[in-house]
Design a protein around this ligand. Structure first.
Ligand SMILES: *[C@@H]1O[C@H](CO)[C@@H](O)[C@H](O)[C@H]1NC(C)=O
Ligand SMILES: *[C@@H]1O[C@H](CO)[C@@H](O)[C@H](O)[C@H]1NC(C)=O
Ligand SMILES: *[C@@H]1O[C@H](CO)[C@@H](O)[C@H](O)[C@H]1NC(C)=O
Ligand SMILES: *[C@@H]1O[C@H](CO)[C@@H](O)[C@H](O)[C@H]1NC(C)=O
Ligand SMILES: *[C@@H]1O[C@H](CO)[C@@H](O)[C@H](O)[C@H]1NC(C)=O
Ligand SMILES: *[C@@H]1O[C@H](CO)[C@@H](O)[C@H](O)[C@H]1NC(C)=O
Length: 222
């Protein structure tokens, strides 16, 4: 009898080497509010990353992800990632994306981020595609199944977001509080498809000019 108690005590000890913390402790090392950024902090939300109004991105020095949250229910997402293609290993695609909008804590511990639909932007740089480097509208709700904030011994509060399927995202560290964000409202003026059409026309004119210049230069050389 006594040996059974010892055995189970031992089992309990070996089974939980990490001190047990309550949900509240784990979540609340700090609040969620702030700007969080992965790795060296190269990618950060705010004015230095995306400008949805003129369809532009400022490319960070390194890849990474960044999320900002306010205490009042607004979020901003910034990502710069490389994706490799198994069937075309030389075609490494660069993807920059921006979204902002509102978020909610769900009762089951998940978070849902709902973008302002007209403002999301994505740019895919595909060296192997016929038409590369286009910036288009992007609107995708993001569900985090759960989230935790840990205390990193050297870098302080560390946010761990878990994807809809439970997979952890790259950890992010607190880089700004209050958060650095674009204004938390729809920024795209007027009509989106009209704006896209205008941009396409502009790109066409620029490309046409470049092509014309190249032909001119070629003729000069010949
Ligand atoms: C911990 O954080 C959650 C989510 O922000 C909040 O609902 C809860 O009240 C907090 N708990 C404590 C003890 O501060
Ligand atoms: C977009 O606007 C920002 C801020 O006014 C400016 O710095 C940037 O050069 C613009 N980009 C393009 C492609 O027009
Ligand atoms: C990989 O490359 C092939 C051939 O170019 C293309 O059809 C496919 O869509 C690419 N896959 C991804 C995930 O980019
Ligand atoms: C934006 O995406 C959400 C879901 O992700 C969808 O319900 C909504 O209709 C979309 N809005 C537009 C304008 O495409
Ligand atoms: C929490 O609820 C939402 C909405 O019903 C659901 O999509 C999500 O998967 C749930 N999260 C977990 C961890 O079950
Ligand atoms: C936006 O502009 C396009 C092209 O001018 C037009 O076809 C479309 O109906 C407009 N949409 C709205 C919601 O005004």
């Amino acid at each position: 009898m006594l040996s059974t108690i010892f055995a189970s005590a031992l089992l309990a000890l070996t089974a939980s080497p990490i001190p047990v913390r309550s949900q509240a402790d784990i979540h609340n090392v700090t609040g969620l509010a702030g700007t969080w950024s992965s790795g060296s902090g190269a990618v950060q939300t705010g004015a230095g990353f995306a400008n949805p109004v003129n369809f532009s991105f400022t490319y960070p020095k390194n890849t990474g992800i960044s999320w900002s949250f306010t205490d009042t229910g607004f979020f901003e997402q910034a990502e710069y990632q490389f994706r490799s293609n198994g069937s075309e290993p030389s075609c490494i695609t660069g993807v920059v994306l921006f979204q902002h909008g509102t978020y909610q804590f769900l009762d089951n511990g998940s978070i849902i981020a709902t973008p302002f639909a007209p403002d999301g932007r994505i740019q895919v740089q595909d060296p192997c595609a016929a038409q590369s480097n286009t910036i288009t509208q992007f609107n995708t709700s993001v569900l985090f199944s759960s989230w935790r904030i840990f205390q990193d011994p050297t870098r302080g509060p560390k946010l761990q977001l878990y994807r809809f399927d439970g997979a952890p995202l790259t950890p992010q560290f607190l880089v700004a509080l209050p958060p650095n964000m674009l204004p938390t409202q729809v920024l795209t003026p007027n009509n989106q498809s009209a704006a896209v059409a205008k941009l396409r026309k502009l790109t066409f004119i620029v490309l046409g000019t470049v092509a014309g210049g190249a032909i001119g230069a070629l003729m000069l050389v010949l």
